[in-house]
Design a binder for this molecule. Sequence first.
Ligand code: SF4
Length: 342
Amino acid sequence: MPGCDAFGLGPVELAAAVQAGESAFSELQRPWRWRAGAPALGARIGERVRALGAELPRVALGRVSADGSHKLLLELPGHADRVEAVHMPRAVGNGRVTLCVSSQVGCALRCDFCATGELGLRRHLTAGEIVAQILVALHALGPRHPGELTLVFMGMGEPLHNFENVARAVGVLNEPRGLGLSPRRITVSTAGLVPQIDALARLSARPLLAVSVNATTNAVRDELMPINRRYPLELLVAALERYPLRARERITVEYVLLAGVNDAPDDAARLADLCAGFPHQINLIPFNARPGSRYRAPTDAALDAFARALLARRPSIVTVRRSRGRDIDGACGQLVAARASA
Ligand code: SF4
């Protein structure tokens, strides 16, 4: 059982693998009990896990943003690959943290505005690598209580392209003998893989759903997000309209605003209409301009006009995400760790 595989096992599977009591799972999945000096495991579980050859990712580089975000560059055992996680404290002193994690090395979907997409897909992360990535980040930076953690699959990769491993990881993270992280504290963000959205709806530990829409006509979305050619807007919207939601649950619609491409008031009106058939909140994300990209960030005036046009069309919850970690390349669309390690 090489590398991180042990971290992707449930309590019964792990107990069988290490021929130990199910307490082994609790020890493995509760990083605040590990010894200081990350990432060293506590002595007893350390012996069991070392006997399996299991290892944790190593934190190769932790850069701190002026806004308090940490970007963790994680070396995966047994591979040359690196992935990134971004640790974002909500506000000074309240202990709550949003952790943005990766599901793949690179990404196959090649959205035109995204730095990760430029890499292409190198490989899927295993469930153990996904869970270990989270445990290492928690061990290094907290929080110590899962009730203070919000997890978002918005790092490198398209999580629903790696459906089996992401679903398994969510199940392990949800296990009460481990972290006990509620699926309602986990958001999976997709570019719009329709069959996998339907599959996500059938999970017993079903996380929250976010969808990157980013365009309001198929012509523009085909250009920005090639996945639209396979699952155009009408199929995507139909999947969102049939998606089962719990009480007070909404689908998060993400919309990256690109100056002169998708930020006109007419786009806002069409976006409101696309979302009319399902409970939602719309998250507007001004593009993070970066060297080499042909896209530009919208002006503040265009952003304001877009938000006003959205609300004028239909009542809705609209938020503007001011990206965290922009100065450390930890913001949306800036995660390119694999290239740095190439
Ligand atoms: S935006 Fe998401 S789905 Fe699109 S290429 Fe980037 S990582 Fe992949």
